[in-house]
Design a protein around this ligand. Structure first.
Ligand SMILES: Nc1ncnc2c1ncn2[C@@H]1O[C@H](COP(=O)(O)OP(=O)(O)OP(=O)(O)O)[C@@H](O)[C@H]1O
Length: 304
């Protein structure tokens, strides 16, 4: 189990994290979400052992994770950290990068494992291509494969699919998370994308103003977001008193109701239209199957 106990952290005088406490069971995935600058990457770096802590502790099983004051080389063999920088070797091939940390003592085994991982990230056609000639998204996939190569016990992923196009992202996400499950690898993923979380993470924490403001399963947080920060991660929402947080898809346009709003704009979003309207002086968003003309008065019903 990974355990983060009462952790607070400052960069010189700037406090970034305060009283952070959570656990991740072996083989489970925890998602960390929060606005840009809320400290997600910092938390992953601390768990990797990149910084010394004045307050709090991090444990992997019974071992305390310690920072550079205690370790000549930063990090731990059993943890892999895929950062937003990738740290690849640009002048060598995809296969060489993926196999970099695998022993040359068993060349056949190395080759087999490298091939397997290149398949997980769907880069078979690029195995012999030098990394410097790859796109940003392809590099990100090489970094993921390389992190898995030495079978880490704990994998830290920082925005792992941010540079990968939607076409590839869906299958890649499934490949990676299924691989982690099949190999009982514990994972912490920092992300802005709800699709990295909903189908894959057992638990999720929300960072805001240095603290954890919510901690639960993704489904419970989705069903009952409690704060606008949490709701905004899942989609367009409104705060309508006395009902509280109402997602745009929970507001229905009906024939008759007391709740009336005036349409100001309709945005096509593929599946349906996002209708912007004024409810008294408040701007609200409603999902609807058709476009609605500006200045139309609509009746609304909340269906939660
Ligand atoms: N090396 C550093 N020195 C000083 N301040 C830093 C350093 N790294 C990050 N910070 C600051 O710490 C805060 C948290 O940054 P961090 O990168 O952890 O946020 P984040 O949630 O990962 O953001 P994003 O979603 O944009 O990646 C930010 O205000 C950032 O400016």
């Amino acid at each position: 189990m990974l355990q983060v106990k009462n952790l607070s952290f400052k960069y010189s005088s700037k406090e970034v994290l305060k009283q952070i406490d959570f656990k991740v069971d072996l083989g489970k995935t925890l998602a960390i979400i929060g606005e840009s600058g809320s400290g997600k990457s910092t938390l992953l770096k601390i768990i990797y052992g990149e910084y010394d802590l004045d307050i709090g502790q991090v444990f992997w099983k019974d071992n305390e994770i310690l920072g550079p004051k205690y370790n000549l080389v930063v990090g731990y063999e059993f943890i892999k950290h895929v950062t937003q920088e990738y740290n690849l070797m640009p002048f060598t091939t995809v296969a060489e990068n993926v196999g970099k940390h695998l022993s040359n003592f068993y060349p056949e085994e190395k080759q087999k494992r490298t091939k397997e991982l290149i398949a997980v990230v769907e880069l078979e056609d690029f195995a012999k291509v030098k990394v410097k000639n790859l796109s940003g998204g392809q590099k990100q996939r090489v970094a993921l494969a390389r992190a898995l190569a030495k079978e880490p016990q704990l994998l830290l992923l920082d925005e792992p699919f941010s540079h990968i196009d939607n076409f590839k992202k869906q299958s890649l996400r499934r490949n990676i998370f299924n691989y982690l499950k099949a190999n009982n690898i514990t994972c912490i993923v920092a992300t802005h994308d709800k699709n990295d979380v909903l189908g894959f993470a057992e638990d999720m924490i929300v960072l805001h103003d240095k603290k954890i403001i919510a901690k639960d399963t993704p489904k419970n947080l989705y069903d009952n977001p409690k704060s606008p920060i949490t709701a905004s991660f899942f989609g367009e929402f409104n705060v309508i008193e006395p009902y509280g947080i109402v997602y745009a898809h929970q507001l229905k346009i009906v024939d008759k109701s007391e709740l009336k709003a005036t349409v100001t704009h309709s945005y096509f979003n593929g599946k349906n239209w996002l209708v912007e309207a004024k409810l008294d002086s408040q701007t609200i968003f409603v999902e609807h199957e058709n476009e609605i003309n500006q200045n139309t008065i609509v009746s609304l019903k909340i269906i939660k």
